[in-house]
Design a protein around this ligand. Sequence first.
Ligand code: GLY
Length: 438
Amino acid sequence: MRILLVGGGGREHAIGKALVRAGAELYVVSKHKNPGLARLAKEYGLAKETDVPKVLEFAEKWGIDIAFIGPESPLEKGIVNVFEEKGIPAVGPTREAAQLETNKAFARSLMARYEIPGRKLFHVFDDVSEMRSWIDDFGKPVVVKPLGLTGGKGVKVVGYQLRDNDEAKAYAEELIRKEGRVLIEERTDGVEFTFQVFTDGKRVIPMPLAQDYPHAYEDDKGPITGGMGSYSCGNHLLPFVTREDYKKALETLKATVEAMRKNGTPYKGILYGQFMLSRDGPVIIEYNARFGDPEAMNVLPLLKTSLLEITEGIVDGNLKGAEFENKATVVKYLAPKGYPVSPVRGVKVEVNEGAIAEAGARLYYASIDESFTLLGSRAIAVVGISETLEEAEKMAQNAIGHVRGELFYRRDVGTRESVEKRVRIMKGFGKEFEPNAC
Ligand code: GLY
């Protein structure tokens, strides 16, 4: 089966590896040549992922059976609509369904209309004085968000990036003047986690939970990035997420898929729920219409079911199930020095692939070209997989030592101390629970 993978980051390297492991014949289009994917692919086309006509041209030339869309930007451009019109089924939602990620106003009003559990209080404003008086009447800390895709940037929270609701009003006014609209939400306190599922539009198949480290520097400091690493546990929960919280979060994702069907915008592909675990249970913060990056690298190496079978199940509407190994994983991303503000670019790095394999770790390439030159974003990920979190973290850490260059990473991703910190934060918010072993 000829599968076209669109995208060339670490997430796509993990998808490509899982597809080839399942027996797919892999074809890739992305804006740079990912050295890992280049080795797996039968053919590699260079084009911007958002240049849908060009991507389609490659797909038709290669006689592709199914397309698998990695990032959100081509989904926003309607790549799935275009491919389906040409008779090429695709894993990923249509432009309309991808609005769950690409249009926050759409996502929020869907949640309200279909009463999806775990939703936040929100309001969309295009009028500055209405926005100001709503925030004043609300009186509690708020979150201010732009409505479209921002690559993780632009969201500001009172108590973090904003001092108080007065600063929130000033920032919201700036967004209304610039973009015409703004989303204001109640702030929910807690700890974030990632819940990814496969869906064919009806069935929802869960993957192990993961936790991302979005801040650039140790101890959750510094600017927000795409994610400097992530971990997952052998029981597929997280130390601070109880079985009951897990069930509630899964209910939210199931209700979302059902709402999308009733709404006339059926959703298929991968749905990523970014949840905040509050004292009262999981609250949905955002949806993503694709795998997480790095979180794809936590779950895909554990997949026991063939990803090709899952791919066919998603596009045929008869998704059966997915089994994952009960192991802990730790992903650590190496990014160019200065990322995400002023990253080093154009310099080479050295990767001792043999030594990384000997350390027992997996290696995924991302924003790096075939001559191992840094392109400016997260460059290389190493993944430790083992029975315990400690062992997985050690494995990833040992692998890091076999990559040299102008790079940095977060030593604390997946360490016992940083996980315990998250448990303490949850307890500090008044949640009573017995932490799960990881
Ligand atoms: N790691 C966050 C994301 O993929 O959006």
